[in-house]
Design a protein. Structure first.
Length: 432
């Protein structure tokens, strides 16, 4: 938030605030946090709870290993690093389950410090590793190519008076387009492009085609909708999935992120990245590593509206670490995961979308039944369900009743390129 100074939140404040910490009027004036508002709110939370004493800033994890799998040679090398004075290792105890090595200061440093732990919680989430596209011919493109994750200090030179191609029609792509349209000086100078081309899957076009706010831009040709980007040709030409072409100056990849667990060693057989880094498995309730439940995760789901659920997930982990909550045996957890993946496969949902099944918000028997059993006697059934998520549902229904949202029924496959007739919710006038 200190680096990406131009950002606003994509979710209403109700679902991304901490329980018991309401934003003040001073902190946030609207339903969405601006960059400075969220940074101030988050800083207040840290200071009020004296959290800084628990955090080692600018420490980069190189590896998290199972101590039992370290070779004698590896253990001896760690001891030599410590006794030579080049590394810290006061807390190293090979009888503890995990040995974690970190770079203190800068990630490029050769020096490593070592720590031993009984439990490890992965909390680096999904927005950690760019989901970059490597399309044919992109090495010959002479214009600017940049991922939104690297768009830290946009300048007028990047976009002003240029034909800009935004690859990806979902969260970051739509937000970026709104930045161009709503406040062309938002990036620190006039960045109004000559033309904006949006490309991606056709199911993402629904929100754009039905928006009366965007209709004048689309009708005038200032905004153009195209199919998925397929390749680059020559200096400035791009080719789309239907073989149509366009001349562009700047390409912005709004293609999201991948999970990153590169610090886990495959020799330990804990977790693995699947589906090109879009899915981490095997996890029980997207929280507990099935191969060793003392390795846990917070935020390993593919859904941007779950910030308010981290607190709940932390509570489940807390009860487990205290020995009050018990997880099933490995066989039962594996059976649960297989049933989830099979149920997705039956209806044609890609495996990577299992990461959307967040047990703390999804109203699914797959998630709730085992969670209720695990937390029995520790939390009331109603309080297990994340209050922020339920408040969000009520908030959406309130907007419906006030006529601020439209329901679009029976969208035709021919018109929108959908696989089937679907029910979509779209904002009135493109406003969220």
């Amino acid at each position: 938030w200190k680096v990406h100074y131009h950002l606003d939140t994509i979710s209403v404040k109700d679902v991304i605030t901490f329980p018991g910490k309401e934003p003040t009027k001073k902190t946030v004036k609207h339903n969405y946090f601006s960059n400075s508002e969220f940074l101030e709110y988050f800083t207040e939370w840290v200071e009020e709870n004296d959290l800084n004493k628990y955090v080692k800033y600018n420490h980069f994890v190189k590896s998290a290993r199972l101590s039992k799998n370290l070779t004698e040679e590896e253990k001896q090398q760690i001891q030599r690093d410590i006794t030579s004075g080049g590394s810290k290792g006061d807390t190293v105890d090979f009888s503890k389950k995990f040995l974690v090595s970190v770079h203190p200061g800068q990630k490029e440093q050769v020096k490593l410090d070592y720590y031993s732990f009984d439990y490890v919680v992965i909390a680096n989430g999904k927005n950690n590793k760019l989901n970059e596209l490597n399309l044919p011919g992109n090495e010959h493109f002479k214009g600017l190519q940049i991922h939104t994750g690297n768009l830290k200090k946009p300048t007028a030179e990047m976009f002003g008076g240029k034909t800009v191609l935004i690859v990806g029609l979902y969260v970051s792509g739509s937000d970026l387009m709104q930045k161009f349209l709503v406040d062309e000086t938002n990036f620190g100078g006039s960045v109004k492009p000559k033309k904006i081309i949006l490309c991606g899957d056709y199911d993402g076009f629904v929100n754009y085609k039905e928006s009366s706010e965007l209709k004048p831009y689309i009708d005038s040709g200032y905004i153009e909708l195209r199919r998925r980007l397929k390749a680059f040709r020559g200096d400035y030409t791009v080719v789309f999935a239907d073989d149509s072409v366009a001349e562009v100056d700047t390409v912005i990849y709004s293609t999201g992120f991948k999970f990153n667990i590169g610090y886990l060693n495959p020799k330990d057989n804990l977790l693995e990245e699947k589906c090109g880094g879009r899915y981490v498995s095997p996890l029980y309730l997207n929280t507990f590593c099935i191969n060793d439940t003392d390795l846990m995760s917070i935020g390993f789901w593919d859904n941007p509206d779950n910030y308010g659920c981290y607190f709940k997930q932390s509570k489940v982990i807390k009860f487990y670490v205290l020995g009050k909550a018990k997880v099933p045996n490995k066989q039962e957890m594996s059976r649960w995961l297989s049933e989830v993946e099979e149920s997705f496969a039956k209806v044609g949902i890609p495996q990577r979308f299992v990461s959307v099944l967040n047990p703390l918000t999804q109203l699914s028997d797959f998630a709730w039944d085992p969670l209720y059993k695990m937390m029995e006697g520790l939390m009331e059934r109603d309080t297990i369900r994340d209050k922020a998520a339920l408040d969000y549902i009520n908030y959406i229904m309130k907007l419906f009743s006030e006529g601020k949202l439209l329901k679009i029924r029976d969208l035709k496959k021919k018109e929108y390129g959908l696989e089937s007739n679907e029910l979509h919710i779209v904002p009135v006038d493109g406003k969220y």
